[in-house]
Design a binder for this molecule. Structure first.
Ligand code: TXA
Ligand code: MG
Length: 373
């Protein structure tokens, strides 16, 4: 049976909530699984020092076990319990971005079992800023391994209802801390190489990292090359809705015209068709043949990021079979938003050129399996 505990950040002082968090800590110490809110997405936690507990995470998610977990801390002193030979660069980043949406890859402390790190010599560490997460991590002993709390392959959860949808009956407790603030997973930076390498784009952007570290490289796999990604989880096709999804790029009016035309054909064939769009273009779509999902204003990329995963899940709930999305190269968060959207599309892209002749071959699924994070 899965217990549901409501523990919004402003409720943590309430006696019954404190008792609930203490119970979550006890469940974690006894090897159980607790889903919990963070400022990025919900995580599925287990004691990072307990190999059996971490194996249970893989089983509950249906996640491949070569895909390592992030160790979450809630006290900077615990960094040394997770990692060794911690470079000055990590201290500088921690000072600037922790607690917050940044994960660092460091040399692993031998106390962290293989089951947590997928047998890698390195370990991913993050200090989340969500008050409920911090309270639970401390109650659970300080080192909590957690991937995102979705069934493998589904979009990451941004509210407790998503965790319940995916994990009810498969975990011991789900803590409802309300909707998350950011909605995209943390940025991941590898500090074990000579030059730091960004492995996953997130809310902490490359310019922000360069301002602290100077030189920062970006893993080629993020930029769309066929290179094998350095973060094992980045190779999987994930975030994907069940329907076929494709991104359409080009002049915005031409994009809308193309999608309307295709939607007409799909709807004639009896297929439920959707478009993910910005508020600016939401009025241009043919609502007779298309369900319109507005992610938010192009002037508010944070809103677009926060709505993205929930909207992908809504497409599944609504049974959408053909899904078009506009391109969202919007401000500092574009790298992170486009990375998730391109994965959701399995890298299928249609570019509407200025001469109007369409090349819709796109790129087929690049080294991606049907299962994911
Ligand atoms: O925002 C987040 O990071 C959320 C919340 C819950 O903290 N967590 C999350 O975890 O997104 P997950 O498991 O869905 O993604 C972790 C990523 C995977 O791509 C994994 O391969 C990579 O981190 N990773 C973990 N340990 C690594 C390591 N030692 N070296 C390289 N990549 C690693
Ligand atoms: Mg994940």
């Amino acid at each position: 049976m899965t217990r549901i505990l409501r523990a919004y950040p402003d409720e943590l002082e309430i006696q019954s909530v404190r008792e609930g968090i203490a119970l979550a800590g006890q469940i974690l110490k006894e090897g159980g699984l607790v889903a919990f809110p963070t400022e990025t997405v919900y995580g599925l936690g287990a004691n990072a020092l307990d190999a059996d507990a971490c194996r249970r995470i893989y089983a509950a998610k249906g996640r491949p076990s070569d895909n390592p977990l992030i160790v979450h801390i809630a006290d900077i002193a615990d960094l040394e319990r997770a990692a060794v030979r911690i470079p000055a660069s990590a201290r500088m980043l921690a000072e600037k971005f922790w607690p917050g949406p940044l994960t660092m890859i460091l040399h692993r402390n031998a106390d962290i079992p293989d089951a947590t790190t997928g047998s890698l010599p390195t370990v991913a560490v993050r200090f989340p800023s969500h008050p409920t997460a911090m309270a639970m991590i401390r109650a659970g002993g300080g080192l909590i391994a957690a991937p995102s709390a979705n069934r493998s392959g589904r979009p990451s959860p941004t509210k407790a209802a998503h965790c319940i949808e995916d994990l009810d009956g498969r975990v011991d407790m789900i803590i409802d801390g309300g909707e998350v603030g950011i909605g995209l997973e943390s940025s991941i930076i590898d500090l074990t190489e000579d030059v730091p390498v960004l492995l996953r784009p997130g809310y902490v952007t490359v310019p922000m990292l360069r301002a602290v570290l100077g030189d920062v490289e970006v893993d080629q796999a993020i930029l769309g090359s066929d290179a094998r990604p350095k973060a094992p989880g980045m190779k999987y096709r994930h975030y994907a809705p069940r329907g076929q999804m494709v991104m359409v790029e080009g002049d915005e009016h031409a994009v809308a015209a193309y999608i309307n035309e295709r939607a007409g054909a799909f709807s004639a064939a009896g297929k439920k068709t959707a478009v993910l769009c910005a508020a600016q273009s939401a009025g241009w779509y043919d609502r007779e043949h298309l369900r319109v999902y507005c992610l938010g204003s192009r002037e508010d990329p944070e809103q677009i990021a926060a709505n993205l995963f929930g909207t992908l899940r809504q497409c599944d709930t609504d049974g959408m079979e053909e899904i078009f999305t506009e391109s969202f190269s919007v401000g500092d968060l574009s790298g992170a938003i486009m990375n998730r959207l391109e994965k959701a599309c399995g890298h299928r892209k249609i570019r509407i050129p200025e001469d109007g002749i369409i090349d819709d071959t796109g790129r087929s699924e690049r080294n991606e399996d049907s299962i994911g994070e």
